[in-house]
Design a protein around this ligand. Structure first.
Ligand code: PGA
Length: 251
C-alpha cells in the first residue's frame, strides 16, 4: 500500500510572519495525520521559520526549487546542503512554472533530481501537458517524454525516494480540474512508464500526486482513484482550513 502524500506548494506567497501564522493553523488542526505524509513548501525566505515552527509535529518541510551544484558562483541560487541544513526533506522539481518562466528543461530537472537524491532530499518531480497537447491527443507523448528525461538513470534505491506529481498545465490555478477519470488515466500511464524505466515492484511503490485546482470539494474523489496517491496543492494550500480538509480527504 502506498501512503498518500499531500504537499502544499505556496509558490511566491507569504512573508515570514504570514507563513508562521499559516503553519501554526495547519499544525493546530492536523494534530493527528499519521496516515498521510503532509509537506509544506514555503518560499525560501520562510523555510527557516516554518522549519522551526513544525519541529516535533508530523508536518514535513519542502522547498520549491534548488540548484544542482552544492555551492559556487550561482548568484541567486540555493544549494541542496542549504536546504538540508534547515531540515528540508522534500524539494519540488520541474514545476510547470519553472519550466515556463525559468526555462527548465527535462535535462536540467534530471540534474537537479540526481543532486537532490545525493543530498537525501526527496524530489517531487512535476510533469504535465499543456491544453494544446491534450487537444491534439498528445498528452501521453508529452508526459512520457518529460518522465524519461527528468527521471533518467535512477537506481532502485533512489526510486524509493521519488515522488511524481501529475499536473496538467491547463488545470493549474485555473479552477479547471481534470476529472477523476482523466487524471486516473494519466496516472496509470505514468505508472506504466515507471515500470518500463525501473520495474514492476518499483512502479507499484512510487507515489504519484495529482495537482491542478485540487480543493476540498474534489480531493476525495481524485485521491480515491487507484493510481492517485495524494495531491500537490497550490491555491488551496494558502488557506489552512482548505489544506487541512484536503489532508483529511486523503486520510
Ligand atoms: P493550484 O496549483 O492548486 O493552484 O492549481 C497547483 C500547483 O501548481 O502545484
Amino acid at each position: 500500500m502506498r501512503k498518500p502524500i499531500v504537499a502544499g506548494n505556496w509558490k511566491m506567497n507569504k512573508t515570514v510572519a504570514e507563513a508562521q501564522a499559516l503553519v501554526a493553523d495547519i499544525k493546530r488542526d492536523l494534530a493527528e495525520c499519521s496516515g498521510v505524509d503532509v509537506v509544506v513548501c514555503p518560499p525560501f525566505t520562510a523555510l527557516a521559520a516554518v522549519s522551526e515552527a513544525i519541529t516535533g509535529s508530523q508536518l514535513d518541510l519542502g522547498a520549491q526549487n534548488m540548484h544542482w551544484e552544492g555551492s559556487g558562483a550561482y548568484t541567486g541560487e540555493i544549494a541542496p546542503p542549504m536546504l538540508r541544513e534547515l531540515f528540508c526533506h522534500y524539494v519540488i522539481l520541474g514545476h510547470s512554472e519553472r519550466r515556463e518562466y525559468a526555462g527548465e528543461t527535462d535535462a536540467i530537472v534530471n540534474k537537479k533530481l540526481k543532486a537532490a537524491l545525493a543530498a537525501n532530499l526527496r524530489p517531487i518531480v512535476c510533469v504535465g501537458e499543456q491544453l494544446a497537447d491534450r487537444d491534439a491527443g498528445r498528452t501521453e507523448a508529452v508526459v512520457e517524454q518529460q518522465l524519461r528525461g527528468s527521471l533518467a538513470n535512477c537506481s532502485a534505491r533512489e526510486w524509493t525516494d521519488v515522488v511524481v506529481a501529475y499536473e496538467p498545465v491547463w488545470a493549474i490555478g485555473t479552477g479547471r480540474t481534470a476529472t477523476p477519470d482523466q487524471a486516473q488515466e494519466v496516472h496509470a500511464f505514468i505508472r506504466s512508464v515507471i515500470r518500463d524505466l525501473a520495474d514492476d515492484s518499483i512502479a507499484q511503490t512510487v507515489r504519484i500526486q495529482y495537482g491542478g485546482s485540487m480543493k476540498p470539494a474534489n480531493a476525495a474523489e481524485l485521491i480515491s482513484q487507484p493510481d492517485i496517491d495524494g495531491g500537490l496543492i497550490g491555491g488551496a494550500a494558502l488557506d489552512a482550513a482548505s489544506f487541512v480538509a484536503i489532508v483529511q480527504a486523503a486520510l
